[in-house]
Design a binder for this molecule. Structure first.
Ligand SMILES: [Fe+2]
Ligand SMILES: [Fe+2]
Length: 274
């Protein structure tokens, strides 16, 4: 039985028109560390979202429920556009003189040519479901806590649109896994793998970017990190809360019904639901 909000309606991709002109190098709060952390996430998103699509597509023929099949198609469309828009930002980073290809090659080799092939389709789907839980929590924070209010307006628009759609489709991959293999052990194993790989690649990407900030001392970098965590405790709100919620055997993403937050944002930028 579906547990989604009655007013969810159709999940559909939206065409946006983001302009990335004149983005300052430190576009988040004017600081190197928050920007590097956000840029690192931006680097892992496109390949990650294409992996989500591949993982769910692998099981598409096994999904019988028409509503879920339609939602999966909407999910493919949304994730495909997210990947595309975030990838467009790669060119901006490179134009700023930031080297990103070394990290991207390493990330692809380990995560997708390595781990994805090694662990197989079922684990891929389970990891996708867990990462969708994390992205939904990041999305709620992004729309809630004001950090993206300190971003350059173009990036703020990109992140808020992405956040709103992540909330809309947050249960799609979960419901697919539930239909394909509802075992708790499968879901929990995916959470372990998702947590290790997300934290690992996020940290690696951030370190690679911060190495390219010659004027940033270790002391100043740590000061920025601690100050940001105090004000916006992402680690606690995403990973602490995320693991606690997800490991409840009865967990379902829509137990936290925050759809209105997403829809209010989308309506505010002229993207009301059809
Ligand atoms: Fe996405
Ligand atoms: Fe997503």
């Amino acid at each position: 039985m579906s547990r989604e909000p009655a007013d969810l309606g159709a999940i559909r991709p939206r065409t946006m028109d983001f302009r990335f002109d004149e983005i300052p190098r430190h576009w988040l709060a004017g600081l190197a560390v928050p920007t590097a952390m956000a840029n690192a996430l931006n680097l892992v998103f496109p390949m990650g979202e294409r992996f989500f699509v591949r993982s769910v597509r692998h099981y598409f023929e096994q999904i019988e429920e028409p509503t879920l099949r339609a939602q999966v198609k909407g999910f493919f469309g949304q994730e495909g556009r997210h990947a595309h828009e975030h990838e467009r930002f790669f060119a901006v980073m490179e134009a700023q003189g930031i080297e990103i290809q070394g990290f991207l090659r390493l990330y692809e080799r380990i995560a997708y040519k390595g781990l994805e092939r090694l662990f197989g389709a079922k684990m891929g789907l389970s990891v996708t479901v867990a990462l969708e839980h994390y992205t939904a929590l990041m999305a709620e924070n992004a729309l809630n806590d004001g950090l993206i209010g300190q971003a350059h307006p173009s990036l703020r628009a990109l992140l808020a649109w992405h956040a709103a759609e992540e909330i809309e489709h947050k249960a799609v991959a979960f419901d697919v896994l539930k239909a394909v293999d509802p075992r708790y052990s499968v879901r929990a194993a995916g959470m372990v793998m998702a947590t290790i790989t997300l934290l690992g690649f996020w940290a690696l990407g951030t370190a690679m970017l911060l190495r390219q900030e010659p004027d940033l001392s270790l002391r100043e970098g740590l000061r920025q990190f601690v100050a940001m965590q105090r004000r916006y405790p992402v680690a606690r709100r995403v990973f602490g809360r995320g693991i606690r919620e997800y490991l409840r055997p009865s967990f379902h993403p829509w137990q936290n019904n925050n759809l209105a937050m997403a829809r209010d944002y989308l309506a505010s930028v002229g993207q009301a639901v059809a």
